[in-house]
Design a protein around this ligand. Structure first.
Ligand code: ZN
Length: 147
């Protein structure tokens, strides 16, 4: 079984360790969102949680730093109390895409990654919901975490 650490082992001489954002978007939006039944809802949640659980992080700060290092987006905590945490994400992978006509937020995988990682960190199931998205005309994406 592969681990996240395995993913960091690279030996690709000519093309290096980066792939273009349009490839990530194509996998996410054309492959998963448009290619799976029901917009890939359940599958995306399962995939995202699994990814989140695999991340080698030992604190929320670590997680937010890795989220940025992986260039998913630049997260910051905009609200926090004992029941709720709101995380805004600037420069999300979806920034600049044409705005969708329907009120359909598209960064569900990224929320599920946060959900998996936070559930593992806190030792109990938390739930994460995307409440703002560039793709539906907001200035940034934002997740609400129910602790
Ligand atoms: Zn978004």
């Amino acid at each position: 079984m592969y681990t996240f650490e395995d993913m960091q082992k690279m030996d690709r001489v000519r093309l290096g360790n980066m792939v273009p954002l349009e490839l990530f978007r194509t996998i996410r939006l054309i492959g998963m969102n448009q290619g799976l039944p029901m917009g890939g809802k359940g599958t995306t949640l399962t995939v995202g949680r699994k990814i989140g659980e695999s991340l080698p992080v030992s604190s929320v700060e670590d997680l937010l730093a890795l989220f940025e290092e992986l260039k998913i987006g630049i997260p910051r905590i905009v609200y926090s109390d004992e029941h709720r945490l709101n995380i805004a994400v600037e420069d999300c992978f979806c920034k600049g895409l044409p705005t969708l006509e329907e009120e359909k937020m598209i960064c569900d995988l990224e929320g599920a990654i946060l959900e998996g990682a936070l559930s593992k960190l806190l030792g109990r199931r938390v739930s994460v919901r995307e409440i703002k998205c560039n793709a539906t005309g907001h200035e940034y994406c934002e997740y609400e975490v129910k602790l």
